[in-house]
Unconditional design. Sequence first.
Length: 278
Amino acid sequence: MSDHHAPGADFSLAGRVAVISGGAGLLGPRHAEAIAAAGGIPIIADLRVDEARRVADDLTSRFGVAAMAAQLDVTDERSVETLLATVLQRFGRVDILVNNAANNPKVEGDAAGFTRLEQFPLAQWNADIAVGLTGAFLCAKHFGAAMARGGGGSIVNISSEYGVIAPDQRLYHTEGLPPEAQPVKPVSYTPVKAGLHGLTLYLATYWASSGVRANTITVGGVQNGQPSEFVARAAARVPMGRMGQPHEFQGALVYLCSSASSFVTGANLVVDGGKCAW
Ligand SMILES: NC(=O)c1ccc[n+]([C@@H]2O[C@H](COP(=O)([O-])OP(=O)(O)OC[C@H]3O[C@@H](n4cnc5c(N)ncnc54)[C@H](O)[C@@H]3O)[C@@H](O)[C@H]2O)c1
């Protein structure tokens, strides 16, 4: 292999086609924005296609890229196959997959108590695994295989600090509720997010010789209109003393999608203000 290259790291995503699952939620549009700003073509794929369309239209007008919206149910293999066929027909290639879709229940402020392990419904467990883990597998299976056939690409799995450390359930403590009704982050969340990095390790080695890299971004808690008392409690558990902002994962994403990370595969890039270091 030659070591001749242009000086400096290459963070450009010019012309690269990037599928972002769950692209219409809180963080998905920020992932898509980062890709568009680096010159890539984001495909915002979500169950909620109207919302995905709004994101794609906004990015097209702001960045002049051919952003596309698509309806996708990551739990349905035919839906994944249909999207791949559409993308290949329209762009002739796929370079990047961001496995971002997940059930991300907003526990804070919810006094329903259904999240507690003793009551947690099997159907909810199955649904959470289906979206967060099976969905990532199905997208990797089809989009990753297309990348391998096409000479390479980058898969980024969006995990959580709760895939590295357990949720501190004291964060969700609600005054006035008995212990058996205290809301908790559901038991499905940590297995899904830890499993996602397991998928990263598997994919990284499986396709290493095909030029498909796979990495994880471990996302720390993001501030998003939670009650101020919750934000203060969450911030106190972060060495940097605050929650993350939705745009603070963009640098990690562009790095892992671009040639700047050409020798990085199987890694877990933790972006959490130091929380997992404590
Ligand atoms: N927000 C945070 O604080 C935080 C922290 C750590 C990790 N994360 C992770 O970041 C990712 C994005 O989180 P978010 O806060 O933007 O969540 P979100 O709930 O706002 O967005 C998730 C999106 O996924 C879509 N979706 C759900 N099921 C789907 C399916 N079957 N097929 C296709 N799309 C589907 C939803 O419609 C939604 O638009 C998730 O993987 C989440 O676990 C978020």
